[in-house]
Design a protein around this ligand. Sequence first.
Ligand SMILES: Nc1ncnc2c1ncn2[C@@H]1O[C@H](COP(=O)(O)OP(=O)(O)OP(=O)(O)O)[C@@H](O)[C@H]1O
Ligand SMILES: [Mg+2]
Length: 328
Amino acid sequence: MIEVQHLVKKFGDFTAVNDLSFAVESGQVMGFLGPNGAGKSTTMKMITGFLRPTAGTARIAGIDICDNPLAAQTQLGYLPEGAPAWPDMTPRQFLDFITRIRGLDKSAARQAMIRAIGMTELHGVLDQPIDTLSKGYRRRVGLAQAIVHDPDVLVMDEPTDGLDPNQKFQVRQAIEEMAAHKAIIISTHILEEVDAICSHAMIIDRGEIVAEGTPSALAARSRFFGAVSLTLDTQLLERACKVLDGIDNSRYEVVTRGVETVISVFADTAQAPATDLLAHVRDLISQQEWPVRALALETGRLDDVFGTLTRKPRPLADTANVADGGGA
Ligand SMILES: Nc1ncnc2c1ncn2[C@@H]1O[C@H](COP(=O)(O)OP(=O)(O)OP(=O)(O)O)[C@@H](O)[C@H]1O
Ligand SMILES: [Mg+2]
């Protein structure tokens, strides 16, 4: 449903997106991750036909977005960064306008509006000018216009940014529900969101893909993968360390947060099965009768992988020409 091939965007001498290729099928939710300025929004603008690529192609349901933008845009819903909307309109007027330009007839438009308003819980603010809405509500209006025509392809730039925790949960749930019959791309800085709703994830840095795969496969690239983490009272730390020092071919790291301490035990040899280490630590815990608060075999940490892949220093020449401008 979404096919991106060798997409490039340059603003003057500055390359914001550099040779990006990927595909998203119906039923998939692709999480777009990357530090500020990585090129997520620029890529989304090109995929949705708001910015012309310097090179490469993007196809929506097989239709080239540059050759036939209107036909391609008919298939998609787009929540742009910042969720722009007409400030003088009320959400009711705005959504009514969107259903009309989307070509829905009166009764379909009515049903569509009821559905979108329900999913984004806009009932209380339907007749208040968008200009006077709080940030989270403005974003909900943006979400509602993106989904109102029930498109096959959804591109959403930080859909949960600025939402309160209840709404975040609800929007995630809505995305999960819609995912079965749509191809969806979301960008986010909330890594738990990727675990919660994305079937695939892609980390980009400086316009290039640095990692992609399922969230669990990406997390498994973390150095914590296979480590055994135990959480216990900080006052037990000294005793625990003495005992853990006795485990052969292992080392550990300690993170103390007030009264609670997490110790991550790593096997030194790659050959040692992680389950053996877990069994060993579990035996020690029962022998020592430590009142452990939690014990877990780590499945990896996405934040650790993200940090490792995107924290390389930026060359000076690369940072000098960002303000060059460019335009579509
Ligand atoms: N019109 C433009 N002219 C010049 N540079 C631009 C333009 N639009 C974007 N850029 C630059 O392209 C790079 C990528 O920006 P983009 O907005 O795509 O990043 P992002 O990954 O969405 O970041 P964020 O997480 O902050 O939203 C940035 O360095 C940005 O300053
Ligand atoms: Mg952005």
